[in-house]
Structure formats: C-alpha cells, structure tokens
Design a protein around this ligand. Sequence first.
Ligand SMILES: Cc1ncc(COP(=O)(O)O)c(C=O)c1O
Length: 444
Amino acid sequence: MTLHVRTNQPNLENFWMPFTANRQFKAAPRLLSGAKGMYYTDIDGNEVLDGTSGLWCVNAGHGRTQIVEAVARQLGELDFAPTFQMGHPIVFSFAEKLAAIAPGGKDGGLDRVFFTGSGSESVDTALKIAIAYQRAIGQGTRTRIIGREKGYHGVGFGGISVGGLVNNRRVFPQIPADHMRHTLDMERNAFSRGLPAHGIELAEDLERLVALHGAETIAAVIVEPMAGSAGVILPPKGYLERLRAIADKHGILLIFDEVITGFGRLGTPFATDYFGVTPDLVTTAKGLTNGAIPMGAVFASRKVHDGLMTGPESQIELFHGYTYSGHPVACAAGLATLGIYAEEGLLTRGAELANYWQEALHSLKGLPHVADIRNLGLVGAIELRSRDGAPGARAYDVFVECFRKGLLIRVTGDIIALSPPLIVEKHQIDTIVSVIADTLKTAA
Ligand SMILES: Cc1ncc(COP(=O)(O)O)c(C=O)c1O
C-alpha cells in the first residue's frame, strides 16, 4: 500500500476506521479539517459543500456559535455527573424541552424521554423497553421483535437483529427477530415524486408473521418511517397507517426509528408528524445535538412508561442505562440546538424547500446510469444501474469525483443519498444537482 504523504497529513496507521475500506482509504485519503455553515474545508484548504449533513446529523449547519458557547460554558460549570440514582438540572430541562416538541405533538403523548449516547444505543434501548413493558403488563412471552428487510437500526446486537442489511448481519449472532419485506419496488414505483403509490399491501407481512410466530411471542415491530441508510426507501401511501392498525390489533408495540428522520428532515419536526401515525416509541440521535456531541434519545408514550412504573417505589424499574445517559455537555449542545431550530424555523423549513428540491433532483432523470430517483422532505436518492460484476463501484467513483469537485455526497451500494443541512439555500441545491449531473455525464 502506498500512502500519499502530505506535509499537513497525520499518520493514518493507527485509527481503525468504521464502515470504511481502511486500506483503500489510507492509500488515497479524504481529510476534512474545518466546517462552517454549509461547507467543510479539507486539509488542503478546499471548500466542500456538505450534501449529507455530515452523516445525516448536522441539521442546523456547521460551527453554530450558540452550540459552541453552550458546550464551553457547560464544560466549565459541570463537565460530568452521573444519572444513576443522581441527577443534574440540565438533563431534566432538556427532557422537558424535548417533551414540548415530542413526536406526534401534545396528543401523541410521547413525552417520556430516555437518553442514550447514539442511535444504536437508542434502538437497543427501545427494544429492551418494549420487551420489559410487555413483561410488566403480564405478556412475558412477547420477546420477539419484527424488523424489515433493508432496515438499518445501528450496530448493536439488537439493532443488527432487527435490521435487514446482510453485510451487517452475516458474521454476528442475533436476538430473536423476523422481518417483513422491504418496500422498494422500482418496477412499479420508479421516479415517484414523494411517496410511492404502490405497496400498501406489504404491511400485511406483519399479519403473516403473526400467523407464523403467534402474536403472544411478539413484543414490537420496528421500522424506519423512511429508510435512510439502505438508500432512501419510502413507505408506500397508507403503509404506516396499516402497520399501526395491525400492531394495535395484536397488542404489538410500534417503534419508529427516527434517528435520521427526526428533527426536521422531512419538513416536520418528526416523521411521526409527517405521516400522522403515532408509534409507541421513537428512537432519535443525530440531529438531537446537531451532531456536535454524541447523544441519542428514546421518546416513550405514557402508556409504555407508566406500564413500567409499578412495584415498590424503592425498586429500579428498568435495569438499563449508560454512563453517558443525559451527559450534561450533550444536554447543553441539545438545548442550544433546539434553540436554533426554533429561532430559524428549521424543523419545518424542509417543507418550504421540498418542492424545489424534488424538481431539482428529478431533473437528473435521463442522465447516464440513472435507474430511479426518490425524494421526500429534504432527502433524496439517485439510484444508478450497477456496473456488470461490480456492484457499488460506479457510485463509489461518483462519490470520489464529486468530492474532488467540492461536493460531499453519500453512497450506499449504487445509490447516491442526499440530505443537506436544513439551512441549505436554493443556489446550493442547484450546485449539488449540477455537480452530480456533470459527474454522471462522464462516469464510466
Ligand atoms: C435509522 C437509524 N437507526 C440507527 C442508527 C445508528 O445510529 P448511530 O450510528 O448513532 O449508532 C442510524 C445511523 O445512521 C440510523 O440511520
């Protein structure tokens, strides 16, 4: 392996990079050293337009002064304090502020908040809460969780078990789970604008799995309301409503994994609000702190929360938690983030731009290799036809070339996924689309 050596480049040997082809990367690294607003700066001083909000998380844009100052202040005031049998004011204040904008609004009742350190931890927490809740209400045989093919729910053992991406699963043992079919149907739905028309019947897979396993063995069903990581897979019209109805009929809890869709991505505060379908648990992370400090949160309904608040008051109700659950510095980042979202109307700004975004993306139809274009809110995907015998290679080359041209996109397989910060301006949307168009025109 030949390492490119630049004078300002660190030694790349020791950091074992996550979800990365380490040897390929280290032979030709892409290193970012600064960020402000919509732009990164690479170590050579080039500007890179952020088409992906970092990793679906920097919803308010980079380098926000309010967050910087709140974090610095909090570090000086109270750097860390435990939340096991102890508390500190800021964690309660943050939970209260989150409750005020909880998924589903006031009527949704999802206003009990359990803090974690990441999306993966939020998912495993929600799965454990669901199983513990069922047991607490006398349904202790309900330990199986239903997920969905192509689902991504992080990398904990719970998350990979309910997830449906083979590379994340094949090497590792799993907890009891089964899977509904995914909802990607390019034959019937390619180039849909917004939600696809076909596929509501796929929700009946939950009925099938109930018939196969018995409802009394199933604690919960978890889905991303819009699947992000697998390449932006949208729910067909009416699908989530149907899933809610089937889950209710069988006493199965419904969990929405909103790690990506939470905090304004679809033009509403949460996907729960966008679809008007209220689950029992909602997992979040990423935009919760604008990506500045790692943190996740699970929103639980009062029904689920109160179902576990039983037994003697001296008893710990849920044997679960993390050292960093409700970390004061993360709470400070989160409170400042919510402040920015409110002041700048960012949780609904996506709705104002969604149409412009949609038309811009769909202008790529007809360019070489484009097999499908999907969009919702401020999310988009361009699915490319794969090169013969080399799945993923074409999109990877497009990714590298876009970066060279000053645009950060994300690719998964041969799908380009886009999710710019919610502060994006129309001219930046135009740039994103024109850089991708130019790249596709010359892509092999
Ligand atoms: C829907 C969903 N759930 C969970 C996760 C895992 O989050 P994290 O990487 O913070 O553990 C992700 C990350 O992309 C996600 O998209």
